[in-house]
Design a binder for this molecule. Sequence first.
Ligand code: 1YM
Length: 643
Amino acid sequence: MAELNEKVTQEYDASKIQVLEGLEAVRMRPGMYIGSTSSSGLHHLVYEIVDNAIDEALAGYCDHIQVVIEPGDVIKVTDNGRGIPVDIQEQTGKPALEVVYTVLHAGGKFGAGGYKVSGGLHGVGASVVNALSDWLEVDVHKNGHIYHMAFSRGEKTEDMRVIGTTDHTGTVVRFHPDPEMFDDTVYDYETLHVRMREQAFLNAGLRISTKDERPGKEAFDEMYYEGGIREFVSFINQNKAPIHQDVIYMSGDRADATAEVALQWNDGYNEALVSFANNIHTPEGGMHETGFKTALTRVLNAYGHKAKILKDDETLSGDDVREGLTAIISVKLTNPQFEGQTKAKLGNSEMRTLVDSVVSDKLEQFMEENPAVGKAVLEKAMTASRAREAARKARESVRRKTGLESGQMPDKLQDCNERDPALCEIYIVEGDSAAGSAIGGRDSRFQAILSMWGKMLNVEKARADKIYGNDKLYPMIVALGAGIGQEFNIEKLRYHKIIIMADADVDGSHIRTLLLTFFFRYMRPLIENGYVYSAVPPLFKLTRGKTVRVAYSEEERDAISAEMRADNPNAKVEINRFKGLGEMDPHELWETTMDPEKRTLRRITLEDAVAADQIFTVLMGEEVEPRKLWIEENAKYAVNLDY
Ligand code: 1YM
């Protein structure tokens, strides 16, 4: 950050703000600007405001940002930067503050000579938050005065005026999301906390605090990481066993960009490579990741040969050298080009060259200076290489034995008639009696049932060669039809809805977590494409005379019970708790859990692969202590996999 900041010397000038288009567009199509109007869009509002504060930190003027959820789901963001400019902008005759909050795409970011580096996601910004808030107010502390201004739904409601004096500088923004625009306006503290923690890791030396002031939900966290992404790597590896003590850190820059890489290998089998461009997560990778991967493989092979750890004819693949690797790549550049379906891939080819040269120079040097680490890393990669070869052989033999390529389906699958994957669903059901009800109740035209039985293999603890040959997983791999791991091909997937149907108890939660771990590790595109769901069976059955209704939560149970007694408060409503799926008859199961007209499905998403990796590792990994702690903290079977 520091090297880059020094280059940002040009001072703000109100004339640099450009005027683009109107805010009605934002209210008409909110999804275009914040992705969606669901929970993710709601949280996005906060990130937009915070991004402006982080830009101020990147420019070197701010070192503390506070994010508070006030009672009533009001968000307050405070920074100690210079304060948004309040002088009159020539072009519009209005204070810059007003323009920033009422004109779409206004901001120093867009004209030449503004920030050299900017985080703001695809440049939306403060005015979008105003457009989508039923009220928003800003206090700017600057020149010894507090300037105040208020807005609503994109419009100004109070002119800028001085409301007091101050001894410091900074910006305070408070807003309430517009209930007309969002499905739900309740904020999730943990979501904000995790995101702010990530930003604190990415901006070494920036202090960010989060606070929940809502009654009954009080919380406070302060994040400050002197070591930046080094500490990010340690954090991700905290419940894993590193094979070398210190995180390896490398950085370098060119005229208009910087690149930083931090990495550490652990004794596990998974790769956790997380990349960012201008503090924006790039889950689809891009040029910076490509540069990293190519250089890493090349450097380790070259070092291995030079140090005579590898024989002349031995070469390690990229997958071999990345087994058990946790790495963060963070680049900051002037003109990021975001590409791909979700604009989550970095397209600037100069970043490939930059990251490649940083890793080539620095990693080679590191290995030369730390031969013990070099040896440990290479030995691990060589073991990975041998295991991969064993897995390939196992896969081939399984293929020959069971006719994977013949298209023959497993016995445990009751398939549907439809052949178009977009219309097909597969229910993965635990236990024979539940599977029996599901087979009896389903609509066999488009619903297939796969029954699973017994304890499934814990994939976190197994290597690929075991997984291919596993008798529990194998029928599922064949039924889904798309292969696994490196060979996974989503085009071949036979169902676009994969529905995990398990009881709402500890065992059900266990099987769900196991299945999701498996999908996460070996069929991740299933989750990324939103094809995985969890069925939501009812918890209660309410009977009054001949009327039977079901409820999916305690609140719903109470509401329905009251409703059923509306005409006669003394009427008796019998309430029973469903013990499990196996207890329901086929008709009941269809009516409550499988009928597309009536059922509820929870889509499993992977918004935060880092968080997912953590939960899976803690719940499934070798280390027992963190798992115990996690379970204690998270009570009963509240595995919230819906993040
Ligand atoms: C809690 C949210 O928005 N802080 C903030 C925003 C700006 C500045 C400082 C700022 C920028 C510049 C000069 C400059 C913004 N200014 C603009 C614009 N916190 C928060 N803090 N002086 C102050 O860009 O040169 C947009 S954001 F466009 F007016 F410059």
